[in-house]
Design a protein around this ligand. Sequence first.
Ligand code: MG
Length: 401
Amino acid sequence: MAAPVTVRDVQTILTQPAGSRLIIVKVLTSEPGLYGLGCATFTQRFRAVYTAIQEHLRPFLIGRDVDRIEEIWQMSMVNGYWRNGPVLNNAISGIDQALWDIKGKRANMPLYQLFGGKCREGAAVYGHAGGSCPEEVVDSLRRFQAQGYRFIRVQMGGYGGIASGMVKPDGAPDGAYFDRGQYRRDHLRLFAHLRREVGDEVELLHDVHERLQPIEAVGFAKDVEQFRLFFLEDVLAPEDIEWFRNIRQVCTTPQAMGELFNHPREWTPLVEGRLIDFLRMHVSQMGGITPARHVAAFGNLYGIRTAWHGPGDTSPVGHAANLHLDLWAPNFGIQEWCGFPEHVYEIFPGLPRVRNGYMYPNDLPGLGIDVNEELAARYPVEDEIIGWTQTRLPDGTPVRP
Ligand code: MG
């Protein structure tokens, strides 16, 4: 047998070309010119992930056989003893995706081929329509329809809506304030307006972003049933998942859940109980392609579909990973897509393109995406105290963003 190809070095690239700080891992191998890329993007705590990769995982990985992806994933998860946190998961994802990329390059096949081949030619995507009033949301939605999108997420005033007329106590601190009651009322009016203006055929999605109390979430899911959403996302927080059973008892609004989960087994009660409809895994947040494949297969046995998280703080490399999973998974549901400006395509050659509401792969081996490190270095990361996550209720109480 030929000597194994081994990990020669691990490099971590930080870049901020379009708002979010992105973390890309590059695994170099003992074979000259052979390397893989992976997404480790945890944009809010990027320096912690960078250190976890360079100071802890890099020395652990150098010299290991690049073919042993599953074993490396399992061992990386337990090697630090303490596990299942977003910093370590993202760091491991960067390595895991890069090893899959290397395996695809060695096989000279696009990754979806190694998973078992394509179930579809392109992945249907949804875009994000928004505005500060129902009329603006309609305009935004119609711009997506004009580009061929048939699935569109609609939000008014961002997460939590617009809090006008809110009465704060004297001395209330700064923060991102919202009002749960107003959010619910405004969005029910928005959905009614949208169905009147744009009809029944467009598939509407909405993200509650865990902003409601559990009993309010049950009521909201029931209230929106009449508007036939494609899915309602994160109506409950991970802490409150027992309440999905109450939602199932009162309505058939499809439920998407899971971008904040840390471990694949957090899905176990929801999948076994048929309490949700879409797996909203943030692939890097849960440790990469390896756990994503486990979760997809688990959901498939129960008739539950995938809807991998695909916002702007998933790197282009992470979007490529999403796409390969989408093309393969028999239980693919929908793919979130944020869109990137053209200069990001120059930094990341091979970044997937969307045409007429479908995302398409190229036929390059592995993930089919590269990074131009010189161009990426022109967009250095900037430190920032994040404001939008300093969320408060009208009386100033800190709550989930
Ligand atoms: Mg979400």
